[in-house]
Ligand binder design. Sequence first.
Ligand code: ISL
Length: 571
Amino acid sequence: VDDAPWWTGAVVYQIYPRSFQDSDGDGVGDLRGVLRRVDHLAELGVDVVWFSPLYRSPQDDNGYDISDYQDVDPLFGTLDDLDEVVAALHARGIKVVMDLVVNHTSDEHPWFVESRASVDSPKRDWYWWRPARDGMEPGTPGAEPTNWASFFSGPAWELDEATGEYYLHLFSRKQPDLNWENPEVREAVYAMMRWWLDRGVDGFRMDVINLVSKVVDADGGLADGPVTHGALGDGTAQYTNGPRLHEYLQEMHREVFEGRRDGLLLVGETPGATVDDAVLLTDPARRELDMVFTFEHVGLDHGPGGKFDPVPLDLRDLKAVLGRWQAGLAERGWNSLYWDNHDQPRVVSRFGDDGAHRRDSATMLATVLHLHRGTPYVYQGEELGMTNAHLTSFDEYRDIESVRWAAEQRALGHVPDERLLAGLAAMSRDNARTPVQWDATAHAGFTTGTPWLPVNPNHVEVNAEAERADPRSVFHHYRRLVALRHEDPVVRLGDFTMLLPDDPHVYAFERSLDGSRLLVVGNFTGDERTVELGEGWHDASLVLGNLAEPSAVVAGRVTLRPWEAWVRRAA
Ligand code: ISL
């Protein structure tokens, strides 16, 4: 236990600054607002705060489009405010991790402005510029250099009229992809990272880091993907976990982290990474990353039409996926554990019951997740049992992905509006982005002005003040889970064994370390469920449960109440 890295015993809390706490009444959260809430974080007991982007940005994708990596956007405050926040968190023993968005910049970043200025610009090659497809007139349909679709609908290429060439943007047209093939780009990124570490931050969450290496042929050509939607294709195989990814990360490690590695946290966001990729990315001996975010478990409810065409979760699939990640990273590497972030719907609405069983299902989900082996991430409001936004009309959505997708679908006209709205209501990223609900007053204590995205009307019941006052609340349950990880080496480092893989209703597993064993169960339904746990758990003592009167194991069998979860220690 003593030689395990510090983050094996840590819990990370994600702040999405725009929706956390406003201090100046403009309806957008800011850094001085964060200062007012540091005690909430200290009470929860988290070890690290990860800030979604605070940098200067035109805010086309809420800060994931950066125009100056070394300044704070005036919306959020100043660099001095950030220094104060970092100091206030450090004073409470909480580390600070910055979002690092370096697959792309804003189109308003000086690097891109210079790059687009002319084909001879010294920074031309800092981005992916390509002529129109052979023999085609630039700007005509299908003339894009490849058929890749952007993650935010439409083609991933934008024609620049001035030079007649296209630039690549895997996300919005205001997020041009940096060309990591160019060593000057990588050097500039590393210099910026060193600057932040020198300023006192404790690490980075690296946005879509496994998209930075693209498949390029000897002549600089990029290949089409299989045609998927209309004329566009799926280019993911051409830019996901590309051929130079590991080389780049090892170089970054040498150039940025060598010699100051202790105490830092490096976590990669890696859509499309498999367990095998994750082993390579997180094996400490390879010096790349400490852990990565898998997307497999949050894709299980995506239907035939993609994420906005959701299907019910089959619990057996969830067990198969998370069990495979636990087993795959048992010897080498390390897991991140998460349900929620700023891109995902709220888990209590997604896999739980955000109505009558909100408290019990939120605490069940938390118990199951936090007892896995890995580093748990709590997204702001998750610890309060915040729910989806339940928006009902197209014009209420603000998220660029949702807005673009809905516009494209409505233009196509294949799917009735009601179904599009149902897809958005279930899956839109705006679900995670409604303001944090601090109290029952107007706008939930988030702002004195008009919030940029309306506060969920259920803040009258669901809010931090009410949660703090109720010892059996979601908040206090999260607090206990964080404390348990800090105290219990079995939770932190124990082996993981999945139980009942074929049971469609109950999630069950065992953790063990040096002969000490924990049993964890969670009922993923609103009905009573009886399961056979086998011998050996008869006198197991309760470590933590989410109901006032936890069900007992009798002769190796237990009948769990709706959404019940508990952790027991073998006698
Ligand atoms: O949420 C998604 C759409 O379904 C994902 O594809 C998401 O875009 C992907 O996980 C990458 O996310 C990260 O990079 C994006 C940014 O919009 C997200 O907020 C960020 O988490 C581009 O920087």
